[in-house]
Design a protein around this ligand. Structure first.
Ligand SMILES: Cc1ncc(C[n+]2csc(CCOP(=O)(O)OP(=O)(O)O)c2C)c(N)n1
Length: 271
């Protein structure tokens, strides 16, 4: 099947700024869908609101563009109603972990079979560069003109703590690794989280004087290392990439189907 089959051409040109990492993620998702032989009729992409969330418009699957921070609630409904669908949930860091943080924790805890891509650009891109829970201290943002004093947190650790059964991290620089991890995350039966560090040159980069998209990609190249690398012990500022958790435990829709069967059996017995 050609890549065109996965693209909704009438939504183009896309809205992202030149050099935005989100375009690389879209490109890879299309490639991965083609290489995995996904049937577009059997995939549902559910997103909230944000630059990242726009990705669902560009993919010619079943798609739902829902409410900021509520993509996982909608995705849970879709998956429970139609468990045979492959459910993909692309989210921004604000969408997933500020307004949507509680949904993120509980979807992970349930181990419902879907794949979350946290497109982490450490800023609210769509609304003009407000700082997000993942911006971290010392960052300049439109809502932190004298630098942010709020600490960030580690998405990977949060996902692991909340019980996600596949947790991985990559960056927009590591394109082939990203494709590999996307395939693994999509194939995983359970709640899969793939954090993708993505550059926002317009708000995060410009405000923090990080240079253009090329310099921001070089930062990902230099400041991240594969999990297990010795360098992680030598330099605590390095960010590990790779698969942190991959485990199989009962999946939520399967367990729910068993409860439905029990309830039906009970109803039959009662007459
Ligand atoms: C309930 C609600 N609150 C706030 C907004 C405004 N809003 C739209 S997108 C967004 C943040 C987007 O940032 P992020 O999720 O990190 O994605 P990005 O645009 O950076 O990809 C906000 C605050 C909204 N649409 N709905």
């Amino acid at each position: 099947m050609s890549s065109d089959r996965f693209i909704r051409e009438r939504f183009f040109p896309q809205i992202w700024c030149p050099g935005c990492g989100h375009g690389t993620i879209l490109n890879n998702l299309v490639r991965v869908a083609r290489e995995m032989g996904l049937d577009p009729e059997k995939v549902c992409t559910v997103s909230g609101i944000g630059c990242s969330a726009r990705i669902s418009g560009y993919l010619d699957f079943h798609t739902m563009h829902t409410l900021h921070g509520r993509a996982l609630a909608f995705a849970t409904g879709v998956k429970l109603a139609r468990p045979e669908l492959t459910v993909l949930v692309p989210m921004g860091d604000g969408d997933a972990l500020a307004i949507g943080g509680n949904h993120f924790i509980h979807a992970a805890r349930r181990n419902i079979n879907m794949t979350v891509f946290v497109m982490n650009n450490r800023i609210y891109g769509m609304t003009g560069g407000q700082y997000s829970p993942l911006s971290g201290t010392g960052v300049l943002a439109t809502t932190a003109p004298y630098r942010s004093i709020d600490r960030d947190f580690d998405v990977v650790k949060l996902a692991m703590g909340a019980g996600a059964t596949f947790v991985a991290r990559t960056t927009a620089y590591h394109v082939q690794e990203m494709a590999k991890l996307m395939k693994k995350a999509i194939s995983h039966k359970g709640f899969a989280v793939l954090e993708i560090l993505s550059q926002c040159p317009t708000y995060f980069g410009r405000k923090n004087k990080l240079g253009g998209p090329v310099q921001m990609l070089e930062y990902f190249k230099e400041k991240t290392v594969p999990l297990g690398s010795d360098k992680l012990n030598q330099d605590p500022t390095l960010i590990p990439r790779g698969i942190f958790v991959e485990e199989t435990i009962p999946e939520y829709c399967d367990e729910y189907a068993k409860i439905v069967a029990l309830a039906q059996e009970g109803a039959r017995k009662r007459g």
